[in-house]
Design a protein. Structure first.
Length: 351
């Protein structure tokens, strides 16, 4: 029998080594206080004391980017999907009062393309810089026979820390104000429906985007998920953040109640925030009802923030100074039973 090799079986160790060398500078650029060592070890070390914590509680999160990844693969737009991956993890950490410390990624493909993978990891490194966390490691898995040519999958893992007495939510109740931070688009949820709408319209990813002049449909929909870490940490350190909800799958009606106590209702006014054009287009092109839009998409609000009424103006000013577009969505009041969200919508919303 002829001598067999791992490369002939579909796994190229040399390509994997070349990718590691390619991304080492990207990871190094994300280093922060507390990081010990660099890429190449069997595990990553982090010194919480070196990061300045006195009584830390670790907070962890893992996520992916859903079927938005399919659009990246079909369009060849690989440079920002890594930002989405980081955002989906670190935005879940910061709403609990935690500062993201480090991030690891998992990249799996049938046949490793160093160029493609490096572009994806470049986006991950950029997301880590936006979140202030370090890219300390990851795993690249080349698995022939598991993925079609050009396909890949991503998963992200982030660990943060909060001082024990600073965990969120905290002291939320009737009378508090709900602020909304604008999203950058669809973010990374609801893309199975987005893709179905695009397919039904026979437009194709290279067609002009009806809602974003100068962009193709693929380019417009690949706008990366906004990372809210630095602005929310600034609000938290100023002592004004009571609770925050990352608006992902389930929309604002499904996510805001997760940070409200029983007996509290959020009463919001849909006229109080701007609906990005992409959502009106999705509703019209897909015949999607207002109820379904609110249940599937962020509809222009990527993060909901709860603050005391007396501090609402100051909180809005601070968040605006941090670069956020801020809307005053409504208030919290008392209700019977579990926490809930009630949204009064303008006529004709969202089309």
């Amino acid at each position: 029998m002829a001598s067999m090799t791992y490369r002939a079986a579909g796994v190229d160790i040399d390509a994997g080594d070349a990718l590691v060398e390619r991304i080492k500078p990207l990871a190094k650029a994300t280093t922060r206080a507390g990081v010990m060592g660099g890429l190449g070890g069997f595990g990553a070390l982090f010194d919480l004391k070196g990061a300045g914590f006195r009584d830390p509680v670790l907070v962890s999160s893992t996520d992916g980017v859903g079927t938005k990844l399919k659009i990246a693969i079909d369009t060849g737009l690989h440079d920002t999907v890594g930002i989405d991956l980081v955002a989906m993890c670190v935005n879940d950490l910061v709403v609990q009062g935690a500062e993201p410390l480090f991030f690891l990624d998992y990249f799996a493909t049938g046949k490793l393309s160093v160029e493609q993978a490096a572009r994806v990891v470049g986006g991950i490194a950029e997301g880590c810089k936006l979140a202030g966390c370090a890219l300390v490691g990851g795993e690249t898995a080349e698995m022939p026979g598991m993925y079609a040519d050009g396909d890949y999958d991503l998963a992200g893992f982030s660990v943060g820390a909060a001082e024990r007495d600073a965990l969120l939510p905290k002291d939320v109740g009737p009378g508090d104000v709900v602020l909304g931070l604008a999203s950058s688009g669809v973010h990374s949820n609801g893309f199975s429906l987005v893709r179905r709408i695009v397919e039904a319209g026979n437009a194709g990813w290279a067609a002009p985007a009806p809602f974003a002049s100068g962009n193709t449909l693929g380019q417009a929909l690949m706008a990366p998920t906004r990372i809210y870490v630095k602005s929310l940490l600034a609000l938290h350190r100023a002592g004004m953040l009571k609770a925050a909800a990352h608006i992902t799958g389930g929309g604002i009606v499904g996510n805001l109640p997760r940070v409200l106590p029983d007996g509290v209702r959020a009463t919001l006014n849909g006229a109080n925030w701007s609906l990005p054009p992409v959502f009106g287009w999705l509703a019209r092109a897909g015949g999607v009802s207002a109820e379904e839009m609110l249940r599937v998409f962020n509809c222009g609000i990527g993060m909901a923030v709860v603050v005391a009424a007396a501090e609402a103006d100051a909180a809005q000013a601070l968040l605006s100074a941090e670069g956020e577009q801020v809307f005053r969505l409504g208030v919290l009041d008392a209700c019977d039973g579990p926490a809930e969200v009630q949204i009064d919508l303008p006529a004709g919303w969202p089309a």
